[in-house]
Design a protein around this ligand. Structure first.
Ligand SMILES: [Zn+2]
Ligand SMILES: [Zn+2]
Length: 195
């Protein structure tokens, strides 16, 4: 049962109680959603309570994986106990110099698909996924490689990556959930996005 927080609890100086291990090539946004879910709390309520300086859902209104400032990396490291390096490596900023000269998060980033932020809804399908990979995962998670423009096929399963729910055609917004389901269910219609 996910708690619906009706009263703001200040967890600003508290550490996370549960610290899921980042998976191989996992996106920061994917990991942070999993951290929130592990605490049985809605993602936005969780980050609003833990990060006073980024209240009002700011973290999810932006493209966290590109934008994540150093100050937030520090705070995530403090709260999770994982090194700043481990947190930074989950961001797409860690690919600076490899896929783009500069990744600032201020403008559209070359070679990375845009999410199309509209409030905290992602409208452009910039986060692609392989339904077979998600199905095989012991713990389902979203990969950094799925945000890269040149990468539209899963070479492991030989299928095209998908960029939206096959049922209602809504692009993914992994910080949102349908009722209390996990992010392998479309937040809009509740259909499972894995095979
Ligand atoms: Zn795959
Ligand atoms: Zn759907």
């Amino acid at each position: 049962m996910i708690s619906h927080v009706s009263r703001f609890i200040d967890l600003n100086n508290r550490k996370f109680i549960i610290r899921p291990k980042p998976e191989d090539d996992e996106l920061l946004s994917s990991w942070l959603v999993r951290v929130a879910r592990a605490h049985l709390t809605h993602t936005t309520s969780f980050t609003n309570m833990h990060f006073k300086e980024y209240k009002a859902n700011i973290i999810w209104q932006r493209d966290l994986d590109i934008w994540c400032p150093d100050s937030l990396i520090k705070r995530l490291s403090f709260k999770s106990g994982y090194s700043e390096n481990i947190i930074f490596n989950m961001t797409l900023r860690s690919l600076e110099g490899i896929i783009a000269d500069k990744i600032t998060g201020k403008t559209n980033t070359p070679n990375i698909r845009a999410l199309g932020n509209y409030c905290h809804i992602k409208t452009k399908g910039g986060l692609m996924y392989c339904p077979e990979c998600l199905k095989e995962d012991k713990i389902a998670y979203f990969r950094k490689i799925w945000r890269l423009e040149k990468h539209s096929v899963c070479y492991k399963h030989n299928i095209n990556l998908l960029d939206r729910c096959s049922n209602c055609l809504t692009p993914l917004t992994i910080s949102k959930s349908y009722e209390e389901k996990s992010f392998v269910y479309c937040y809009k219609c509740g259909e499972k996005i894995i095979s």
